[in-house]
Design a binder for this molecule. Structure first.
Ligand SMILES: Cc1cc2nc3c(=O)[nH]c(=O)nc-3n(C[C@H](O)[C@H](O)[C@H](O)COP(=O)(O)OP(=O)(O)OC[C@H]3O[C@@H](n4cnc5c(N)ncnc54)[C@H](O)[C@@H]3O)c2cc1C
Length: 425
């Protein structure tokens, strides 16, 4: 575990019990404390905006187990050869330097909701007045028969960042011309609804660009339909001919088992033997800490109040991003960043009396299909009847001009630069 100097000061103060903050913290008391678990799209944004906009009036500690953040977003662009790996790795240092956030690079192992304390891997406890939980997803290793944690090297998922993303690229680079890649797509709900299909596009792009035009990509899907399907499929045909084949549950009749030793996938319809590589993207659930703390049922996600992102089971805890049940909003970095700004505003209102406004959320998910050819889906969202509902939506159309697709990809690249600056500077 590494905790920086500021963190020692905050935590030792907390441990002496010198600061006694009842709930809710009010103006005039000692500095209120916010702890954020998870330094991803949701947690980093929340930590930054609480610290920045309260101008030092709130002490913010960000608990993140890794000392750098490797984005899942644009990891498909790395796989497709459009970005070097270093371009999707980011450091947290500026959050401490520019906004006085205490960085605790360690794992939060428990949340003591009665005492309002986060327990760290060392056993140290961080007291909080408000807690933000944004731990992302965990994978359901038992959701695909024959697949397991031990099998994730042989049949990588690439749905959590780092080593897994690199493994996907390594395996793709070894696929022979004529080889078959099988992707087992995840059931809803899961992180990044268009992500598997953008990834299949990137596989095809690399195979085609490197002369392996007889390789095939078979997507075995447990879902009847998928995000941007009406745009992806005609684009695949136009760009890659018959290279990508999507097989829904009506035809594949269920994924019965996989065998990592022989790279075999058995469905009710067909057995795929000796695959060049198999990409298993399993079912997903809220990050473990959210389940352990009782914010989500076992194997599920966290219910939130649509107007604040506050957990429905604990008024002192806010849940952001992939771990939350955010109504019509998809599990995306854009969504998590938007939700974090609402939570940060509500938290500042509760702890410092800052003015608050009605919750408004936005999201756009871009997907790269080929060079200078991106498509998008998105919308604006508001609380309605207790849920986050879409109030306006948009989606790319099949057959758009090359200029439109190129402009969409330029938006995609600008969005990435913008969200990274928003999170880490
Ligand atoms: C292939 C792929 C492509 C994607 N493309 C896009 C895209 O183009 N656009 C888009 O908007 N989204 C995209 N996404 C989705 C996006 O990555 C996620 O929706 C987003 O990262 C969710 O943010 P989060 O804060 O909920 O979780 P994360 O960003 O995963 O952050 C969670 C953090 O919490 C930390 N953590 C977890 N538990 C603990 C603990 N107990 N203690 C300490 N730290 C902990 C983790 O280390 C992690 O850093 C993509 C995802 C994938 C897999």
């Amino acid at each position: 575990m590494s905790i920086n100097r500021r963190s020692f000061m905050v935590s030792s103060l907390a441990l002496t019990g010198a600061t006694v903050l009842g709930a809710p913290a009010v103006l005039g008391q000692a500095k209120p404390r916010v702890v954020v678990i998870g330094g991803g799209a949701g947690g980093t944004t929340a930590a930054k905006y609480i610290a920045k906009d309260s101008q030092g009036a709130i002490a913010v500690t960000l608990v993140e187990e890794n000392d750098s953040y490797q984005t899942c977003f644009h990891s498909n662009l790395y796989i497709g050869g459009f970005k070097p790996y270093e371009a999707i790795v980011h450091k947290y240092d500026a959050l401490a330097k520019n906004h006085g956030i205490t960085l605790a690079h360690t794992r939060a192992t428990a949340i003591d909701r009665d005492k309002k304390e986060v327990v760290l891997a060392s056993g140290q406890r961080l007291p909080y007045d408000r807690l933000v939980v944004s731990p992302g997803i965990d994978l359901k290793y038992d959701s695909v028969p024959g697949w397991s944690k031990e099998a994730e090297e042989a049949m990588p998922h690439g749905w959590k960042p780092g080593k897994q993303t690199r493994l996907i690229k390594e395996k793709l680079d070894k696929v022979p011309n004529g080889g078959v890649i099988v992707m087992v797509a995840p059931p809803n709900p899961y992180r990044c609804p268009p992500g598997p299909y953008e990834r299949a596009s990137m596989f095809a792009h690399v195979l085609k660009a490197t002369g392996r035009k007889d390789a095939r990509i078979i997507i075995l899907d447990p879902k009847d339909k998928f995000s941007k399907q009406g745009v992806f499929q005609p684009d695949w045909e136009k760009r890659y001919g018959t290279m990508i084949e999507w097989i829904g549950p009506g035809v594949n009749d269920g994924i019965k088992s996989v065998d990592p030793a022989t790279n075999t996938v058995v469905t009710g319809f067909e057995t795929y033997k000796n695959c060049a590589f198999v990409n298993v993207i399993p079912a997903q659930m809220a990050g473990a800490i959210a389940q352990q703390a009782g914010l989500a049922p076992a194997g599920g996600f966290c219910a939130i109040d649509a107007a604040s992102m506050k957990s429905t089971v604990d008024p002192n805890i806010f849940v952001l991003g992939d771990a939350s049940i955010a109504g019509a909003m998809p599990k995306s970095a854009f969504s998590a960043n938007s939700q974090a700004k609402v939570a940060a505003m509500v938290i500042r209102g509760e702890l410092t009396g800052a003015r608050t406004f009605p919750a408004r959320y936005t999201n756009t998910c871009w997907s790269l299909v080929d060079t200078d050819d991106a498509i998008k889906v998105g919308g604006r969202y508001e609380p309605k009847d207790g849920k986050i509902a879409e109030v306006e939506g948009f989606i790319s159309k099949p057959g758009e001009t090359d200029e439109v697709r190129k402009a969409t990809q330029e938006e995609n690249m600008s969005w990435y630069a913008g969200i990274i600056a928003d999170m880490f500077s």
